[in-house]
Design a protein around this ligand. Structure first.
Ligand code: B12
Ligand code: SF4
Ligand code: SF4
Length: 388
């Protein structure tokens, strides 16, 4: 495309920025920025270091797609610029309020409504269709799941900066922006790049319940509750089980600690608002879900993606943290039933929770009943290490 300043294409492109912003806002996006694709960027070296240190844990897909992740043009050679979009999902009340309600499940803000991948992808595709119709360019749409480093790209496009908690912070929306990107073969004028406004603050680093930050701007995902509850399928080390409290899906503590949230506003997209009751789901009721009930309750929710067994594991660990002096017989009954579940991780987590809720005598009786039939070595050792 001829991009000299007086060429028709250049006029078209200048108009494009205003036009695309208007169209994006009409679809519900909260912020829009434009960036040329850099020749080289620090993000590539940092991603390599992150993977090299093993901080991605069991997210093998990050390793397998490393080459493509390193630069947006590795995804599409013809890409010249990116349009980066932010979508506000700000909570309508204090997101950490539910953490003291130990009998209830705390679900992170991003998962209290419909799956944002579906909501945003639909809007991005609509925007892309409009752009192609108006400008005849080529483009590709990405949200979250593609091997594209969305946070550094969003920073280049002026949407905010990567804070010490590693997420993009916006001066207008605080920590609560989902990101989506469109790569295009047009060369678009660069938006003003946002600088880092963290200063000497370290509120997010200090707020982390598992101490998952290696340092400012660096997260060891293996220690992050978001990774442990959503991405990791196995049994957890004990220290994370107790630190998780009642966070059964994702975690918001570092996001919520950010002082820039004072400018945040509640999400206006109805599909992203918390569903009725999702701020107060009972752990004991969740522990009784079977596959069909799980699918029905979390239909269209991102929670459905992790499957029943992983979800029950999280619920059991939270139940293990919920016992007080008055042991609830319904809890004990639900956990005891799940000792016969098909999934070893469900059985193992039920053993751990029961070890924290039952007297040594009652736990010992259950152990004598179940241990002889247990054929999974991890569940076996879970029983064995809680000997009275
Ligand atoms: C893998 C992943 C995760 C992993 C790893 C998180 C992480 N920080 O990387 C896990 C499962 C833990 C996770 C958790 C969450 N995620 Co996530 N995740 C991703 C994903 C798919 C890739 C991110 C990635 O490439 N990580 C690799 C590492 C290398 O990236 P990084 O931490 O950003 O590394 C940078 C910094 O460390 C920095 N850096 C390193 N050293 C230094 C030193 C200095 C001085 C400086 C300045 C910088 C610096 O440079 C690196 C490159 O930019 C993106 C979607 C995407 N395609 O980009 C979503 C994404 C980042 N996740 C998102 C969300 C919402 C979350 C959660 C909030 C969900 C929740 N409530 O539970 C948590 C937040 C946890 C946290 N504190 O990060 C959003 C974030 C939106 C935003 N405003 O930034 C994204 C962008 C998805 C989306 N499309 O909206 N996630
Ligand atoms: S999401 Fe939670 S566990 Fe993960 S880094 Fe932030 S505060 Fe720590
Ligand atoms: S809490 Fe402080 S250090 Fe963390 S991202 Fe926000 S401003 Fe930066």
């Amino acid at each position: 495309m001829d991009m000299r300043p007086d060429s028709p294409a250049a006029h078209k492109v200048t108009g494009f920025k205003a036009d695309i912003t208007t169209r994006a806002m009409a679809l519900g996006f909260s912020s829009v920025g434009f960036t040329n694709l850099p020749q080289e960027w620090d993000a590539a070296q940092r991603l390599k270091a992150f993977i090299g240190a093993g901080y991605h844990g069991e997210m093998k897909w990050m390793e397998e797609t490393l080459e493509r992740r390193l630069h947006p043009q590795n995804m599409w050679n013809g890409a010249k610029s990116a349009i980066v979009l932010g979508f506000n999902y700000g909570p309508d009340s204090d997101p950490l309020l539910g953490l003291s309600e130990r009998d209830l499940a705390n679900i992170s803000v991003y998962a209290r409504g419909d799956d944002y991948h579906d909501v945003i992808k639909k809007k991005l595709k609509q925007l892309a269709t409009d752009i192609v119709a108006a400008y005849g360019c080529e483009l590709k749409v990405f949200v979250d799941t593609a091997p594209l480093m969305e946070k550094p790209l969003a920073q280049l496009a002026g949407l905010g900066w990567q804070g010490k908690h590693t997420n993009l912070v916006s001066r207008e929306f605080g920590s609560w922006l989902f990101l989506g990107s469109i790569l295009t073969d047009m060369e678009l004028p660069q938006s003003l790049i946002e600088r880092d406004h963290c200063g000497s603050c370290r509120a997010c680093l200090d707020a982390c319940p598992t101490d998952a930050f290696v340092g400012p701007y660096q997260l060891d995902a293996r220690e992050c509750l978001s990774y442990l509850t959503i991405e990791f399928r196995g049994h957890w080390p004990d220290r994370f089980r107790t630190a998780m409290g009642n966070r059964v899906y994702g975690c918001d503590d570092c996001l919520a600690a950010c002082p820039w949230n004072k400018f945040a506003v509640a999400a206006s997209e109805a599909k992203l608002k918390a569903r009725e009751g999702f701020n107060a789901l009972s752990l004991v009721e969740l522990a009784q879900l079977d596959d069909a009930a799980f699918r029905a309750l979390f239909s269209k929710s991102p929670i459905k993606r992790i499957g029943l067994a992983t979800f029950l594991r999280n619920v059991h660990y939270a139940m293990g943290n919920s016992f007080d002096d008055l042991v609830d017989p319904d809890k004990i009954a639900a956990l005891t039933r799940n000792l016969s579940h098909d999934s070893p991780v469900v059985r193992g987590s039920a053993v751990w929770a029961l070890s924290r809720g039952l007297s040594a005598e009652d736990f010992g009786a259950l152990r004598s009943q179940h241990l002889p039939q247990e054929d999974d070595p991890d569940v076996w050792s879970e029983w064995s290490r809680h000997v009275a």
